[in-house]
Design a protein around this ligand. Structure first.
Ligand code: BDR
Ligand code: CA
Length: 313
């Protein structure tokens, strides 16, 4: 079976960490590299978090630090109220031995894509700064990208403002570059990720496999649920980012609809909104497949299977 080659571009982040976990040992995926961006916390912290997760799970995947600031906005938006001071509060990791690669993530993306046969899928689960910067620095990468399967946006309600979702709001201009690039895009937004709520019963189910991975899952999700409850009042936090990886493992987990999606980069209250033309009113050609529904049972089965991969050793 051919494994799908991916680069995970993330800002760990509790749900990003689970995306790494899921991709790390999947028999359907070849995780070529992890590129890191500022988002849930500063770049220094998100990079450290990615390295900690890889070290803990013994994943031999190179990690590259990327952009620490949005393309144009002055201020980096972070999500400390959800992910804590470290960006990955909850688990206590051992002393970090692993180091990020010397190369900047944007240069790694460009070189890897340019040397590829056009068979690499990008999986961004944070602000799109690294991907957009790579596209601007070397526009030729656009035709080399097989597909971009990203977590971000919503055609319904936002989670940072009424209009916008965190990853897109954090760097709307970068999202604009990506959505106007012509690359095939699958947008996995809050519309579906809000349906996979990680209730305590789910944590208990995942912990049954009793491995390092299941332990990490439990420690991360208990903290995540606590802050999701404080901020949004939910008993279980939405496990946003791993939905992208789950889709690459089994695309039938999502139902998608082709839409023209435009990012609001001019608005004030609505900055970062993904205006998805659900009904096709604009008459413009679709530039994205937007996730409109998710098979939640299948999703949790995929997560469970991903965790069990770590038991085989
Ligand atoms: C997205 O924002 C981040 O806090 C999460 O990691 C996820 O990528 C959800 O809006
Ligand atoms: Ca994220």
């Amino acid at each position: 079976m051919e494994r799908r080659k991916i680069i995970l571009d993330c800002d760990p982040g509790h749900d990003d960490a689970i995306a790494i976990l899921l991709a790390g040992k999947s028999k359907y995926i070849e995780l070529l590299g992890i590129t890191v961006v500022a988002g849930n916390q500063t770049l220094e912290k998100t990079t450290k978090n990615a390295l900690n997760v890889c070290q803990y799970l013994e994943l031999d995947v190179p990690v590259y630090a990327g952009c620490g600031q949005p393309m144009i906005r002055d201020k980096q938006v972070i999500s400390e109220e959800i992910h804590g001071e470290s960006g990955l509060d909850g688990p206590a990791f051992e002393i970090l031995e692993r180091k990020a690669e010397e190369k900047h993530a944007v240069l790694y993306l460009i070189e890897t894509l340019m040397n590829s046969d056009g068979d690499i899928t990008l999986v961004p689960t944070g602000p799109l700064t690294n991907i957009a910067m790579a596209m601007r620095l070397e526009p030729k990468i656009v035709s080399k990208i097989k597909e971009i399967v990203l977590m971000g946006g919503t055609y319904q309600l936002g989670n940072v403002t009424p209009a916008a979702e965190f990853n897109i709001l954090a760097d709307g201009d970068a999202a604009h570059v990506v959505f106007t690039s012509g690359c095939p895009i699958v947008m996995v937004g809050l519309d579906v990720t809000r349906k996979v709520l990680c209730y305590p019963s789910i944590i208990e189910r995942m912990e049954k496999s009793n491995s390092k991975a299941s332990q990490l899952f439990g420690e991360l999700m208990r903290f995540f649920n606590k802050s999701q409850k404080e901020v949004f009042g939910w008993e279980g936090g939405p496990l946003h980012d791993p939905v992208t990886v789950a889709y690459l493992i089994d695309s039938s987990v999502l139902k998608t609809k082709e839409m023209y999606t435009e990012i609001d980069i001019r608005g004030t209250q609505s900055y970062g909104r993904t205006n998805c033309d659900f009904f096709g009113n604009s008459g413009k050609k679709a530039n994205s497949k937007v996730a409109v529904d998710i098979d939640t049972e299948k999703f949790w089965d995929i997560i469970e299977e991903g965790i069990k991969e770590y038991c085989a050793e």
